[in-house]
Design a protein around this ligand. Structure first.
Ligand SMILES: C[C@@](CO)(OP(=O)(O)O)[C@H](O)COP(=O)(O)OP(=O)(O)OC[C@H]1O[C@@H](n2ccc(N)nc2=O)[C@H](O)[C@@H]1O
Ligand SMILES: Nc1ncnc2c1ncn2[C@@H]1O[C@H](COP(=O)(O)OP(=O)(O)O)[C@@H](O)[C@H]1O
Length: 297
């Protein structure tokens, strides 16, 4: 018997970053939107814990116990006194180290899959607590839809969204390390007063109304200057998308994937074609959101 869970990628429509905390994390006002690019995580009983991965970026995914999917299975098994003897297979479509929470998606997916396979019966609250231990973004991968994350991004409030938003995502030729981008944020912020991160009222209203123009006017990412400082070529991709009349162009989370908000599915195809022709980026994908979080198939 196997269990397969489908888990979405995310884009951060607002990422407000506060000053570094004593524990090394940063307080955030992190508005997540789950979008229709998915990984699928399948767990099957096996003699020992084993991970395999398929997909265009599979060679960049660690297959040892540092993989977030393995860590999720180990965390649930340890809590319940179960042997974590499963084969975890990841069918990966979310870019690796791209700022779209692919590893987090696999962590949330493996957790839900193992909970189902083992009949563990862990409550939603317990699963969310394990997710938060695994990483700041992991609870959102379980929940999906749209949510505001505060604290280090793990304390979620679900947001109502009044429509579907259309996006184009441009992958970069290489990844960016999330800790390195936060370190660069700290370096650039040296000597400056960093305000408390707060969610934008205009942005939340635009989401609630499903208003793409209003959302485009309100999106922001405090990590963007740091990502551009480490990866200056991203400015060319952002410019190419703006030139193709995207409503908004921004770096997704810690990057280096760039995200372009567009009016509808037709505009998405046009902007995607322009980005492909620009030669400023790697693969280009279109996706809409919000979509559901981790779901057992
Ligand atoms: C920036 C964001 C935006 O959603 O995601 P990505 O764009 O990388 O996917 C997240 O905050 C990333 O979340 P996640 O990838 O789960 O990070 P974690 O494993 O919790 O932390 C990795 C490292 O990032 C830094 N970190 C992360 C979250 C946070 N609120 N403050 C931080 O300073 C810390 O250096 C930490 O050691
Ligand atoms: N299941 C996984 N999929 C992808 N990367 C993983 C996974 N588990 C651990 N990692 C590690 O986490 C790093 C960040 O990956 P990812 O979650 O894709 O990026 P981001 O945090 O930018 O969204 C990778 O470079 C890889 O070393």
């Amino acid at each position: 018997m196997s269990v397969t869970v489908r888990v979405p990628a995310k884009v951060n429509v607002q990422l407000a970053v506060g000053a570094a905390r004593a524990d090394g994390f940063h307080d955030l006002a992190n508005v997540f939107l789950a979008v229709g690019l998915h990984d699928e995580v399948t767990v099957t009983p096996a003699d020992e814990l084993r991970i395999t991965c398929e997909g265009p970026d599979a060679d960049q995914v660690p297959l040892d116990r540092t993989n977030l999917a393995a860590r999720a299975a180990l965390a649930l098994a340890a809590r319940r006194g179960i042997e974590p003897n499963v084969h975890i297979h990841i069918a990966k479509d979310i870019p690796v180290a791209g700022g779209m929470a692919g590893g987090s998606a696999d962590g949330a997916g493996a957790l839900l899959a193992c909970n189902t396979l083992w009949g563990t019966g862990a409550s939603r609250a317990e699963l969310l607590a394990i997710c938060a231990e695994l990483g700041s973004d992991v609870p959102f991968s379980l929940v999906g839809g749209a949510a505001l994350g505060v604290g280090r991004g793990e304390q979620l409030t679900v947001l109502e969204v009044g429509g579907t938003f259309h996006w184009v995502f441009a992958m970069a030729g290489r990844g960016l390390s999330t800790p390195a981008v936060f370190r660069e944020f700290d370096r650039l912020a040296q000597g400056q007063d960093i305000p408390e991160p707060v969610a934008s009222a205009e942005l939340l209203e635009a989401l609630a109304k499903g208003d793409a123009e209003a959302l485009a006017a309100a999106v922001s990412n405090d990590l963007q200057p740091a990502a551009l400082s480490l990866f200056p070529e991203l400015a060319d991709t952002l410019e190419a998308g703006r030139g193709a009349s995207a409503l908004a162009a921004l770096v997704s989370g810690s990057g280096p994937t760039t995200a372009f908000l567009v009016r509808d599915a037709e505009a998405a195809e046009k902007v995607a074609a322009a980005l492909r022709a620009s030669g400023t980026c790697g693969a280009v994908r279109t996706a809409a959101g919000p979509v559901a979080g981790a779901t057992v198939l």
